[in-house]
Design a protein around this ligand. Structure first.
Ligand code: 6CS
Length: 371
């Protein structure tokens, strides 16, 4: 049965017949996923009132990645959901179109942008508590546990939203993109091997600087826009990023070795400008939350495939490239060094301490419940 909903000035929906269509474009993952709104209605997530928006607006969404990267997949799914289920439209500004990530953060806080997709690694300078996600050897590398954590965690769902509001943002999602891999010119297997090596880290995060110091290296905070040039001119000796990104942007062609030391995951967040969000009506707020929930589900599934696909492509297209996974014994000194970084984060404020404790509890729950 289809219900006809016709509100003045609103789009007419035949509920039970609407499909929100999302298309992914990357390589072998290319496919079309139909998101049936009646499935959401069936689960009670969606009610008639939530689907309809009362006026049409164009909202701006900027992010630190391209359309085919994980943040782009999220943004596209978010946009499609909003556009299929309201009269609003979303214009997406991918990496490079509005300046560096720090510029985009300022634009989102000022309300020039309505939505911001940003790597958590860039956020520590603006929202110090976000460095939680950058702490070494805290997050698991198991993707099922990560998915469970990012959907159910008290840290993400309860503790961080009020902190974001203090910074003029409404938090919508935090999601993982892939395990951090370190690319270098020379192989390393211990902190001693990294001594004196200039390692590029994302700018703004005190934790990233402390981590690479603890690992024996000399960290060099640098924006994405400067990284390729710095590798080409040997200004730096290495950098870290998830495999999906390393392959997509050819960082394997610019270095000789990729090493997994199991120290962390690359994560991204999505938020809205708080004043914009607060001014919206109940229906639009609900629409945005549903779009975020939908996009989160899409990216959790796709990002893992993309990360594995990235590694497969490196192995196929760059056969001389060395791929190293450190053994547990080789990881031990890195893990030990990481403890000082975790302790220093917790000592910085009571909020940090509380967040880290809750994060560890959430991760324990994820380990017990993830399938
Ligand atoms: O290394 C960086 O700065 C970039 N890395 C990723 C995976 N996404 C965006 C970010 O700017």
């Amino acid at each position: 049965m289809a219900f006809l909903l016709d509100a003045p000035g609103d789009r007419v929906f035949l509920l039970g017949q609407i499909d929100a269509v999302k298309t992914q474009k990357k390589g072998p993952m290319r496919k079309t996923t139909k998101i049936k709104l009646n499935q959401l209605i069936g689960t009670g997530i969606l009610t008639l009132a939530t689907v309809v928006s009362s006026h049409a607006a164009e909202w701006k969404y900027a992010m630190g990645e391209g359309l085919e990267d994980p943040q782009g997949i999220y943004a596209t799914a978010f946009k499609d959901f909003i556009e299929e289920n309201s009269r609003h439209t979303i214009k997406i500004y991918p990496v490079g179109s509005l300046g560096e990530e720090t510029d985009m953060m300022e634009q989102a806080q000022a309300g020039i942008l309505q939505f911001l997709g940003q790597s958590t690694g860039y956020m520590g300078g603006t929202i110090p508590e976000m460095d939680l996600f950058t702490l070494p050897y805290v997050m698991p590398t198991d993707t099922a546990q990560l998915d469970y954590f990012f959907k159910n965690s008290k840290v993400v769902n309860e503790l961080l939203p009020p902190i974001f509001r203090e910074h003029g943002l409404e938090l919508l999602s935090v999601f993982p993109e892939g395990e951090m891999a370190i690319t270098t010119f020379e192989p390393f297997r211990s902190p001693e091997d990294l001594e004196g090596k200039k390692m590029r880290v994302m700018p703004g995060s005190p934790v990233l600087v402390e981590t690479y110091k603890a690992f024996g290296a000399s960290p060099v905070p640098m924006s994405w826009g400067d990284l390729i040039g710095a590798l080409k001119t040997n200004m730096i000796d290495g950098q870290e990023n998830p495999t999906v990104w390393i392959e997509a942007y050819g960082l394997d062609d610019l270095t000789n070795v990729l090493t997994y030391i199991g120290h962390g995951h690359f994560n991204a967040s999505v938020s809205a400008n708080k004043a914009f969000f607060d001014d919206l009506g109940r229906r639009d707020k609900r629409l945005i939350r549903l779009a975020a929930e939908h996009a989160h589900g899409v990216v959790l599934e796709e990002a893992q495939k993309l990360d594995a696909y990235g590694l497969g492509r490196i192995v196929r297209t760059n056969p001389d490239y060395q791929i190293v996974t450190l053994t547990e014994a080789e990881r031990a000194p890195f893990k030990e060094a990481a403890e000082t970084v975790q302790a220093s984060f917790a000592e910085k404020s009571d909020t940090n301490k509380k967040l880290l404790e809750q994060m560890l509890a959430d991760l324990e729950e994820a380990e017990a419940n993830a399938e």
